[in-house]
Design a binder for this molecule. Structure first.
Ligand SMILES: [Zn+2]
Length: 459
């Protein structure tokens, strides 16, 4: 799919013309404090769902609904908005995802402006949700408006799906996909909830690490005994746990568990100085692992100890601890099955039982990694649309964490091509104080998404 310069210029001109209204609508959405965390007033999430439904009705989608599904605990999930225009005969359907809920504002003192009062400074619009993900909502609305302004119906079916509890971990999401499977069914899913590489350089998020966690226990004695009377011939459980945990990495800090494989190196890297600043690692601390920093974050496994059960210092007595436990969190690269990763981890822990101590493993959560295919019709359409909108080729990036709902989407619609696109840039500070979207980039996002819809429709 190629987009002619004249086509792109015409579309850009329309986007420029309608952008003030898009920005005004984004500002109205930001003014609704739709925090989905349970401690906050849920009526704002209802109000933002209604505002999003109105925007989608306005863009001419014939079917607009506000729907909820039950959470696993039996309580109702937050309202999601689903708006559709069925596909012309023989044409594919594209699902455009975003979420209308936001993170809590956090420490008010850390904000330079009011979190729920949008303020433009220079090219950036500040406010909670201005980027994550109300800009994603407006990317879909704006792209549809731009095509409508050109008198075009995209030659595809369009379903816009705007979730209301992504920032709360999407608790009713998998149920929602089951309850409304036919309504949401699509050939291509565009998830506008990630980041571009930098201002001026678009990106597709092509890999997300998955997750395996659980608790490893070490038992060495039936009961605690005096450390003076018995210490020496037997090591306490705290020490044995520490010895076991150190076997998980080699001396360079690379994961040393057989079967926890890596995917290939990414095409872009994360500068060490930036990583040090962003992660707040202390001066003088050497980084762990090998290869590029981006690879260590996106395409290699990582094991962290996120909690330890041991006698706390205030209650310590001169006894040998009989047992100790640690919660492990393992990030796994695309291509590695979570169960295979967990099996490999359990086998490693058992095989490395220090001094023959009893080692137990209690499984926790599993989340699948995501790896986009290198090449597919949808990926080609996205790359070509991005290149035309920005005037520079997009790069493939990864995210070290997971976006859990993407695994749910893939499970519900295994045949669909998932494109993870961005409205953020590295300065957007999603979830943090002073969140913002770059308005020049948002214009390009609108152009790119309109071109993408056209491209997927074969134009
Ligand atoms: Zn988000």
């Amino acid at each position: 799919m190629t987009h002619t310069d004249a086509d792109v210029a015409a579309l850009r001109a329309h986007v420029d013309q309608l952008f003030p209204a898009v920005q005004a609508d984004l500002e109205s959405l930001v003014r609704i404090p739709s925090v989905s965390a349970s401690a906050f007033d849920a009526s704002h999430v209802v109000a933002s769902a209604e505002a999003v439904a109105a925007l989608l009705r306005d863009v001419g989608l014939p079917e607009v609904q506000i729907l909820r599904s039950e959470r696993p605990d039996g309580t109702p999930g937050a309202p999601a908005v689903v708006a559709r225009r069925p596909a012309p005969a023989g044409a594919p359907t594209v699902l455009l995802y975003a979420h209308h809920d936001v993170q809590p504002p956090g420490d008010a003192a850390a904000w330079d402006t009011e979190p729920f009062e949008p303020v433009q400074r220079g090219e950036r619009l500040f406010g909670r949700g201005a980027a994550d993900d109300k800009a994603g909502v407006m990317a879909h609305v704006g792209a549809l408006r731009a095509l409508a302004a050109l008198g075009e119906e995209p030659g595809v079916g369009v379903t816009v799906f705007v979730e209301g509890e992504e920032e709360a971990g999407s608790p009713s999401f998998s149920r929602f996909l089951a309850d409304h499977h036919a309504l949401l069914s699509a050939d291509v899913i565009v998830v506008a909830d990630s980041t571009n590489w930098k201002v001026g350089v678009p990106a597709l998020t092509t890999s997300l690490r998955g997750l395996v966690d659980g608790v490893v226990g070490v038992e060495v004695l039936d009961h605690a005994v005096h450390s003076g009377m018995f210490g020496g011939p037997v090591l306490d459980a705290n020490l044995l746990l520490a010895r076991l945990l150190t076997t998980l990495h080699d001396d360079a800090g690379t994961v040393a568990v057989d079967g926890l494989t890596s995917a290939g190196e990414p095409e872009v890297d994360y500068a060490e100085a930036d990583f040090r600043a962003d992660s707040s690692v202390l001066d003088g601390v050497r980084l762990a692992g090998e290869g590029t920093i981006a690879g260590r974050l996106w395409t290699k496994p990582a094991i962290s100890v996120i909690g330890v059960d041991a006698t706390d210092v205030a209650h310590a007595s001169n006894t040998l601890a009989p047992r100790a436990a640690a919660k492990l969190s393992v990030r796994i690269p695309p291509g590695l099955d979570p169960q295979a990763a967990e099996d490999a981890l359990r086998a490693h822990l058992t095989a490395h039982a220090p001094f023959g101590a009893r080692v137990t493993w209690t499984p926790g959560e599993q989340g699948k990694a995501f790896g986009a295919p290198d090449d597919s019709a949808a990926m080609r359409a996205a790359r070509s649309a991005f290149a035309a909108a920005w005037g520079t080729d997009p790069v493939d990036i990864g995210v070290g964490g997971s976006i859990p709902f993407i695994a749910d989407l893939l499970e519900a619609f295994p045949e669909a091509a998932v494109l993870v696109t961005g409205v953020e840039d590295p300065d957007s500070r999603a979830h943090g104080a002073n969140e913002s979207v770059h308005l020049g980039e948002l214009r390009k996002v609108l152009v790119a998404e309109a071109l993408l819809l056209r491209g997927l429709g074969g134009r």
